[in-house]
Design a binder for this molecule. Structure first.
Ligand code: ATP
Length: 357
């Protein structure tokens, strides 16, 4: 098994009465693209700042390759942080910005020149040495901020919503750029975002957080296809989330209709939550469906149509290329593999899994 690169053990952090992190435990291995994902205020940035050494936890420890790094200041940790606001020195050239940390470390001129060249090439900005930050676009400035972090050869790059200030198209370009960089450098990226699409696109592993708790850790596919609770299902992608009853293994009753499913081990006649993704509902003839309903809204989304269908007292969200006009009577079917069963949160969990509106 690979070594644990970073381990957060029993981390708690409170500001006044506000418990921001409550006994958080998390570890990850080398060469991962790990994303902390969650709604605003859930504690992502605090977690990142604790790793970077900019914040001290009230309890718990941060281990790097098994060693406690609590007493190591940020600039001596094997981690470098790139913040949302690029924080470039505006009175310095691009080259001087990148060289800043290396000069403090008293590296030789030749070494620094080499590193500047190497870093600018990596971020696709060869030849930008003598430009001033003000003359660069937002995306270029963010690349320089990344170049400045990279030249320190960190084992881990901590990125706090680094693309947050960029417009959509540029953000998408930079997402691919960051994945390429991570693969070329072979280092670990820890990335903070509240944007679920960004997390799904970029990550090897996603840590979904809410109100200071980790809700689920997994690959993008796991998190999307097998959310562990209603919060994760709702936060990641669009879903139909319903209360239901697990009749027995592989059979769940949703709104009075028995649906075959593949899950077992939830007991008999037990309340559960179910999630069905909108793209997993198929239209069939009205009398051939597991559900029969009427289309109440229709929006063209480019690749598919988004429709709402009222059936058994619930407004079902359906994504399909099979366009059904408003008012049409339709039948709907769901493959057993596409019904995801989740334990209902206990009353203790309830607060933690509540979605922030
Ligand atoms: N220095 C501080 N003093 C007081 N409260 C703070 C401080 N830093 C963070 N908080 C509070 O801690 C909570 C978590 O903040 P944090 O920045 O970690 O959340 P986040 O998930 O990164 O949110 P966002 O996406 O909005 O940045 C928030 O309620 C925030 O107001």
């Amino acid at each position: 098994m690979a070594n644990k690169l970073i381990e957060l053990v029993n981390i708690s952090k409170t500001y006044g009465d506000n418990v921001v992190l409550d006994d958080l435990n998390l570890y990850f291995n080398e060469n991962k693209f790990l994303t902390l994902l969650g709604p605003s205020g859930c504690g992502k940035t605090t977690t990142l700042r604790i790793m970077g050494g900019f914040e001290t936890p009230d309890t718990g420890s941060v281990l790097f390759q098994g060693k406690d790094i609590k007493s190591i200041p940020p600039n001596h940790r094997p981690l470098n942080t790139v913040f949302q606001k690029y924080a470039l020195f505006t009175h310095m050239t691009v080259a001087d910005n990148i060289a800043f940390g290396l000069k403090i470390k008293k590296k030789s001129k030749a070494y620094i020149q080499d590193k500047i060249k190497y870093a600018l090439k990596l971020v696709n900005l060869d030849g930008f040495e003598n430009r001033m930050p003000d003359s660069l676009s937002g995306g270029q400035q963010q690349r320089i901020a990344i170049a400045r972090a990279i030249v320190n050869e960190p084992k881990v790059l901590l990125l706090d919503e680094p693309l947050g200030a960029l417009d959509l198209k540029l953000r998408q370009d930079m997402q691919y750029e960051l994945i390429r960089l991570k693969n070329e450098l072979g280092i670990t990226f820890v990335y903070v975002t509240h944007d679920q699409e960004e997390a799904l696109t970029m990550s090897d592993t996603i840590v979904v957080m809410n109100q200071g708790y980790i809700q689920q850790i997994g690959s993008p596919e796991d998190i999307y296809n097998e959310p562990e609770n209603a919060f994760v299902a709702d936060f990641i992608g669009e879903s139909n989330i319903l209360s239901a009853t697990m009749v027995e293994d592989k059979l769940v009753n949703i709104l009075g209709v028995n649906f075959p499913c593949v899950d077992t081990g939830f007991g008999q006649n037990k309340p559960v939550d179910v999630v069905i993704r909108p793209e997993d509902i198929d239209f069939v003839a009205p009398d051939e469906g597991q559900l029969k309903g009427r289309v109440t809204s229709l929006i063209f989304k480019g690749v598919h149509y988004e429709m709402e269908v009222m059936a058994n007292g619930f407004e079902w969200l359906v994504h399909s290329t099979d366009m059904q006009p408003v008012g049409t009577e339709v039948g709907m079917k769901v493959d057993p593999f596409d019904i995801q069963i989740m334990n209902k949160p206990t009353s203790e969990d309830e607060e933690a899994v509540k979605v922030d509106e």
